[in-house]
Write a protein that binds this ligand. Sequence first.
Ligand SMILES: [Ca+2]
Ligand SMILES: [Ca+2]
Length: 457
Amino acid sequence: MKRLGKKFLAAALAIVSALSISGCSVESGDALASLPRLPGEYLALQQQVDAILAQGYIPAVAESGQNRQAMQQQDIDGDGQKEIISFYRSSTSGEYMIYVHKRQGDDYVELGHAKGYGRYLKEVSYPRCQNNGARAIALSWGMEDDSASGMSVHTLGSDGLNEALAVRYSNSYIVDVNYDGVDEIFLTAFDRVSSAMVMTAYGFRNGECSEISQTPLSSDVKNVVKITKSTKPGQWGLSLYVDSLAATGGYITDIVELRSGVLTNTTLGSGSKRSAATWRPVNITCQDIDNDGIPEVPLADMLPGYTDPEAADTLWKLRWTRFENGGANGVAVETFHAPAEGWYFQWPETWGSNVSAQRKSEAGIIKTAFLVPVEGAEEGYLFQGKDNVLLQIWVFTGDNRQEYFASSGMEWLHTSDNAIYGYSLLENGYPQLSLSADQVARSFHAITKEWASEVFS
Ligand SMILES: [Ca+2]
Ligand SMILES: [Ca+2]
């Protein structure tokens, strides 16, 4: 109860104020603003809510996700009109209750209600459970022991809400992979029998939500970090790129497809227990780097002059590799990535493997130099000499970043909420490796932190 105290109060106030006023519009921007505006409807809904509150319930909100409000609207029965879904918690036991009310004329009637499944409500999503637009209510729960999450899925039946699924999981993803108008739910979980992580696909049929198929993930998956989907369907619909932290470090990707109802880990070679071809020693997730609708896997090569793959200051070049039918199939682009600083640089083809990079951090300025290593240089292989540095990219952070940038003499590249990015092209003895200002501007990319639901794609 403690951790939700503030949110509780806010939700309670929001819901009460929204329901108390008669016909006035609620603050715009708030989802409650989309509640019905006719006084008669308000009254009818308020009576229903009052009756629930009178049983000792208070309004409840989800911890995260896009659907956090204590009252939400979705078409649950597929008739094209949205129902009201409201969330409550017992003020004594903490138990959750979910209600669905439908407008009928000037009145609201209850279609059904369901009890909570876990200790606290993490996220709410509404997968399409029929191709007429009807949606199920999928609730992600924090459980007693925090080692896994729970998911309960509720569908509307003739006698109220049915609990179509209640299961433990670690990561989830909801998407219509096979384009039939009905969402599939993908859950990863640790399987005690095989002592490995597995992914299970669940599908909706006749109000039920049941297992379609299951596949193992790589045997050395420690925990799943992110799931990314392709946006362009292939022969088997959409593919899921499951990025995980490997037990020995680095990231590994399992590319999973639902092939005619069989969930298939395409990157697990026959007889192999891990998707070895996708492993890399850097913690970078898959991304559709060239925007062709298919994510690429960022395989990594140490830059010249570095020898220790475990060292924190080792720098890498990423080969964004296309995978098809489980095998590598060409490289879309090569980059130098600095995700912590929010930028990456497309590696010029002319640089190939002749250029390396070095990073220093000085007084809030993170300086990356791209240079041609000097074989046998006394000061070291990656020495920044008078004529071997091609390009510097500096990231200015902190309160005085504008001043520091202005006095640095660097050219401007990009400004984000908390940093300024600048560059300089240096005189050097390698005309064939030199870049123009245009090339730098085109090759530099800011990484914008994408906001993503844990559950819904
Ligand atoms: Ca589907
Ligand atoms: Ca791509």
